[in-house]
Design a protein around this ligand. Structure first.
Ligand SMILES: Cc1cc2nc3c(=O)[nH]c(=O)nc-3n(C[C@H](O)[C@H](O)[C@H](O)COP(=O)(O)O)c2cc1C
Length: 191
């Protein structure tokens, strides 16, 4: 049953609860938001990412990526980014303005890599070619070319997004509702 939350004091923690659930439940619709950034030419770029960690107290969301992927260079040059989440179950859209930091080395990366390297996803972070590298035009899979390539160290990295502001939209037959919120502000908006 859908609970109709009424007040900012109810809705704000529920948003963080759903984000936390999404980081743990691969079937949660908020598991795979779109992360939008700006490229070197100032043009928009966007892609789907998996939400891996949520720290409601610190207001931080964490993603895994390949340190050589174009988004990492983009976010290092311009950390201001947007995340967009949609859940049909909740009828909630969440647009999150964030400041992103790429963490490409250090104890946290190495500790998480110890787990990731045992998983099926490990291959994503040890490919000899960076994500987005052009393949030979007769080849449709990256693996066709990797036979003699030297094994590189992993390029597993974290993207840490500090939440600055959220735009929450609830679609409902009873009337849509929208609010803009930050850690200590709340404003109802026309949906
Ligand atoms: C369902 C889904 C989940 C994805 N999750 C991630 C992810 O967690 N991290 C990541 O770097 N790329 C992820 N990708 C791939 C990105 O969307 C993107 O294609 C790739 O990272 C290259 O992006 P870039 O060229 O903007 O760096 C995912 C793609 C899909 C379809």
């Amino acid at each position: 049953m859908k609970i109709h939350l009424q007040t900012p004091e109810d809705i704000r923690p529920q948003i963080w609860k759903e984000l936390g659930r999404a980081s743990l439940d691969r079937h949660h619709e908020w598991r795979t938001p779109v992360l939008a950034s700006t490229d070197a030419g100032g043009l928009p770029d966007a892609r789907t990412v998996v939400l891996r960690q949520v720290d409601a107290v610190a207001g931080q969301l964490t993603f895994y990526t390949d340190s050589r992927s174009p988004k990492v260079a983009q976010l290092q040059a311009q950390g201001a980014a947007m995340l967009v989440f949609w859940s049909a179950r909740l009828s909630w859209q969440l647009r999150v303005r964030v400041a992103c930091t790429a963490i490409t080395s250090g104890p946290e990366v190495e500790a998480l890599w110890q787990g990731v390297k045992q998983s099926a996803a490990a291959g994503d972070y040890v490919s000899p070619r960076p994500p987005g590298a052009v393949l030979a035009q007769d080849s449709t899979t990256a693996s066709a070319e990797t036979t003699d390539a030297p094994r590189p160290a992993h390029s597993f990295a974290l993207l840490r997004a500090q939440v600055l502001q959220m735009d929450w939209l609830e679609l409902s037959r009873a009337g849509h509702r929208r609010a803009q919120l930050s850690a200590n502000t709340w404003e109802w908006l026309t949906p």
